[in-house]
Design a protein around this ligand. Structure first.
Ligand SMILES: Nc1ncnc2c1ncn2[C@@H]1O[C@H](COP(=O)(O)OP(=O)(O)O)[C@@H](O)[C@H]1O
Ligand SMILES: [Mg+2]
Length: 268
């Protein structure tokens, strides 16, 4: 089963002299429980590709299917909702809200989606445990190390039980030891929880943990390396309870709901 499929993805920014062909025709298929790393020089289109795969931006040409849903068939609001419920994002900058504690940051996506605060906190607590931060619940980001902040960001991305975790240079701001710890955590999520991950990195050490490395250059796939054999695994399943309206499937149009009282996280 493919969690993610992309066909003929092209992305053009700007016009005339400012025109940039960031992607020139990318095809990609990612299986459930696979860890795919995207590598390539700066400016080769890696972040653009992640933005299209995550429905943050729309392609100029080509299609993206997430869990069998063609993103082009969704309205902007439906795409936003699908992103919020089925995709976890982790960035180089941790993007935690500075005034919230770790557990509040992790609970935020669930509260934003209308889950009651007690249940949201319970799940956030489990996620912090999963990333090894059970003793840091009540710390605000400024009282956490970079590596700890990024693990909070991973917990926040995972708390919705996403079909797909997208990470853009997640170790880019970390020292090598914290980077290795984070990479080991991501690999463990794949091995033990069948999480599907697409990760952009410059770092060959990080990339060595992938099942497959896709090298991109000038907006095209240059070559692919398989590091680990294809495994047949079940779709992503994290250890938190699957009760209370979870397990949302998006085979039909997504009902659009009001955003609620909490400001959308970045990127909204
Ligand atoms: N919003 C944008 N507007 C115009 N050009 C952009 C925009 N985003 C990216 N680009 C250009 O597209 C190309 C690919 O960028 P990007 O996907 O960020 O590359 P990478 O992540 O591999 O460094 C670059 O030439 C970049 O300058
Ligand atoms: Mg980039």
């Amino acid at each position: 089963m493919y969690v993610l499929e992309a066909k003929g993805l092209k992305k053009v920014y700007g016009e005339a002299e400012a025109r940039v062909e960031a992607l020139r025709g990318v095809d990609l298929q990612v299986m459930a429980g696979e860890m795919v790393v995207i590598m390539g020089p700066s400016g080769s289109g890696k972040s653009t590709l992640l933005a299209l795969l995550g429905g943050v931006d729309v392609p100029t040409e080509g299609s993206v299917w997430l869990e069998g849903v063609d993103l082009a068939t969704l309205s902007d609001d439906q795409r936003t909702l699908l992103r919020r419920r089925r995709i976890g994002f982790v960035f180089q900058s941790f993007n935690l809200l500075p005034i919230l504690t770790a557990v509040e940051n992790v609970a935020l996506p669930l509260e934003l989606d209308g889950l009651n605060s007690a249940e949201a906190r319970r799940r956030a607590t489990e996620m912090l445990k999963l990333v090894g931060l059970e003793d840091r619940h009540h710390h605000v980001p400024s009282h956490l190390s970079g590596g700890e902040q990024q693990r909070v960001a991973v917990a926040r991305a995972l708390v919705i039980q996403p079909a797909l975790l997208l990470a853009d240079e997640p170790t880019g701001n970390l020292d090598s030891q914290s980077g290795q710890k984070l990479t080991a955590l991501l690999r463990r999520l794949v091995d033990e929880h069948h999480q599907t991950i697409v990760l952009v990195t410059h770092d060959p050490e990080v990339a060595s943990h992938a099942d497959r490395i896709i090298h991109i250059r000038d907006g095209r796939i240059e070559r692919e390396e398989r590091l680990r054999p294809v495994r047949s695994v079940l779709p992503s399943k994290l250890s938190v309870a699957e009760s209370a309206g979870e397990g949302i499937r998006l085979s039909r149009p997504v009902p659009v709901e009001p955003l609620g009282r909490i400001p959308p996280r970045h990127p909204s």
